[in-house]
Write a protein that binds this ligand. Structure first.
Ligand code: PLP
Length: 352
């Protein structure tokens, strides 16, 4: 077995760096349920400032962050419009239904991207038989969409339409940092069309734990109460907030490296018969791949790569996902690309 694993399964596998651990060690703390943790307060102010919102709230996970926002925006019996492959609907254990009594109306996007024309006509009329359409939730970058960046003009058109009809807009921005670094468009511009925004520190930014939500002061006050209800009120959480603050300072601009490494892997995949990039263009740090059955299953290809020290995620029978992050160096990316080029085609010769 290889001594050095290259773990491309997820950008959540990163470990806190020595600098981050030192920041955590040195963190000033207090009881955050009393609002007395100075490091948490500093993080919340920083996030609100970066996203151009009045206030922000530190929460344990991205799932809790999204679900608190949904709960705060809705009443039981409301409906949310979202893209069919989005995280909020598919990968949060039925949160909108379980935690808020909200139904999801899913609309098929192009790798996660919706056009306002697909939403027009989807608002239910006021009628005793019908759910009440209340919320539009978008995701940027889009995970299942292959790390795609939601074009700003499409977001703005959707927000104009939604707000014009009295709906509220939520953004699942788990990887909004990646969208900002890849485009040069500041976070506050990406966040402006939304009433609430959720961001994660534990993905590409490399913090061990934590997400934040942001919005108006009144909205965040309501979210604070729901955070307590959902069991997310934390005490001396400054230790964790210090990691997130450190990540904001040191690990945002370097996401450009992850994007470069992802393109390197994408080139190797594009050159390998039997593997197909889907979407064909890799915009950020996620690479989704369809495996031709002639080559085998996704698990077969994953096993071949694993034998050479490379771990990848197999979300479907013929689907692979690779993800670059803080703990994947340029040398790792080159070695992984080289292994894909050499070993994946060999699989066919061995199997055939
Ligand atoms: C990871 C992720 C989340 C939240 O995940 P947690 O594991 O709960 O922190 C939300 N949205 C997207 C798009 C994600 O990739």
């Amino acid at each position: 077995m290889p001594e050095h694993w290259i773990d491309l399964r997820s950008d959540t596998v990163t470990r806190p760096t020595p600098g981050m651990r030192a920041a955590m060690q040195a963190a000033e703390v207090g009881d955050d349920v009393f609002g007395e943790d100075p490091t948490v307060n500093r993080l919340q102010e920083r996030v609100a400032e970066l996203l151009g919102k009045e206030a922000a709230l530190f929460v344990p996970s991205g799932t809790m962050s999204n679900q608190i926002c949904i709960r705060a925006h809705t009443q039981p019996g409301d409906e949310m419009l979202c893209e069919a492959t989005c995280h909020v609907y598919n990968y949060e254990a039925g949160g909108p239904a379980v935690l808020s009594g909200v139904t999801c109306r899913c609309i098929e996007g192009d790798h996660g991207i919706l056009d306002v024309s697909q939403l027009e006509g989807k608002i239910r009329p006021i009628n005793d038989h019908l759910v009440r359409t209340r919320l539009v939730s978008l995701e940027n970058t889009h995970n299942r969409g292959g790390g795609r960046i939601f074009p700003l003009e499409k977001i703005e058109a959707i927000a104009d339409w939604a707000h014009g009809h009295g709906l509220v807009m939520h953004l699942d921005g788990a990887r909004l940092w990646n969208a900002s670094v890849a485009t040069g468009i500041p976070l506050n511009v990406w966040a402006r069309p939304f009433d609430s925004v959720s961001v994660c520190f534990s993905k590409g930014l490399g913090a061990p734990v934590g997400s934040a939500l942001a919005g108006s002061r009144e909205f965040v006050t309501r979210c604070r109460r729901i955070r307590k209800l959902f069991g997310g009120g934390m005490r001396q959480a400054g230790v964790l907030a210090a990691a997130a603050l450190y990540a904001l300072e040191h690990h945002v601009t370097r996401l450009a490296d992850d994007h470069r490494h992802a393109r390197l892997l994408a080139e190797a995949i594009a050159d390998t018969p039997g593997l197909r990039l889907d979407p064909p263009r890799v915009e950020t740090n996620l690479i989704w791949i369809e495996v031709d059955p002639e080559l085998g299953t996704a698990r077969d290809v994953a096993a071949t790569l694993k034998a050479h020290g490379i771990l990848v995620h197999t979300p479907g029978p013929q689907t692979l996902r690779m993800c670059t992050h803080l703990d994947v160096t340029a040398a790792d990316a080159e070695r992984a690309a080289d292994t894909i080029r050499r070993q994946v085609p060999r699989r066919v010769r061995v199997a055939g």
